[in-house]
Design a protein around this ligand. Sequence first.
Ligand code: SF4
Length: 369
Amino acid sequence: MSLPTAIANSTISNDVILSEPSTHKARLWMPERVIFTPAALDEPWGQQILSRVRSLNLPVEELPRNRLTGLRGENERETYDISKRTLAVVTAPPSSFKLSPIPPSADWQFHIAEGCPAHCQYCYLAGSLSGPPVIRVFANLPQILDNLVSYERPSEVTTFEVSCYTDPLGIEHLTGSLAECIRYFGNRENAQLRWVSKFDGVSELLSLPHNGRTRCRISVNAALISGKFEGGTASVSSRLQALRRLALPQSQGGGGYPVGLVIAPIMPIEDWELHYTRLFDDISAALDFDCDLTFELISHRFTPGSKEVLMQWYPHNKLDMNEENRSVKRNKFGGIKYVYDADTMKKLRRFFESQIAERFPVAKILYWT
Ligand code: SF4
């Protein structure tokens, strides 16, 4: 088929694929350094994290003050390396108790951590979080959760997204915070928790009393794209197995959760229909039973700021971020992002929507962007 410019100029070729898809599980992230602020150690949830970290024999440092320092290297790449090996247990600042809306994903976002141990070369956090990308987890979780009640609408379900600034499952073995959120939402009448991950360690979540008030989503992509750009994550097939376990009824050993797939970032690489058809084949095989399923479809985009940060973090980045291949989209504050041109977007969207309609006629597509 003839391809528009953005597709024809795609930088990924077939010569590195067409082998069996990788099925590796994500290795649990073990930070080389775990630092606690005094304020974090004063919190009972901080003490709970301390016990987990000690039981894993990780080296713990207690800071003299509540400021994180000493995380910068000689250049941004070195700062990145140091940060991605460091877990900082801190308290969420007062400003984080004022929530922001997060359309189209959910009504509100809240944060149990900031930063992520994986190494995706298109990472959504680039340019959104300031300072070294150290993985900060919040020790004042009970207060963070108590604060959510005031954002709930009384008469209809209010949704809360917890994975805007972190991958909560990727650090769950160190924090237990995602499970605590799921338990909390299990007791709320009119609220739903939403989280998304590229990891696969779901065993501890399966027996939680979630009462259907958490939607667990797994982020996936064509195996070629994932293998090339998503360092430190679980393979797509391993993620799909995790999603299967989350969705299966508890009577069959699963979690019985409402689930979702976030397909992102969608890229019109060479032979994209073939690669994404394979992805849908794998999804169909993993979810071969009735379940409460949603899809979110996100095409690749970048901003001038995110490109600059990503090129510092990954100097050999092969991601196609050539502005000439893209259309410019402006937001109401004058910020710009680079997206695929309208024709490419239309082709991609039609393909994804028809695959979903054909294979999962009851599943809901929440949005395409
Ligand atoms: S899993 Fe998400 S947050 Fe983590 S590095 Fe990848 S894109 Fe960034």
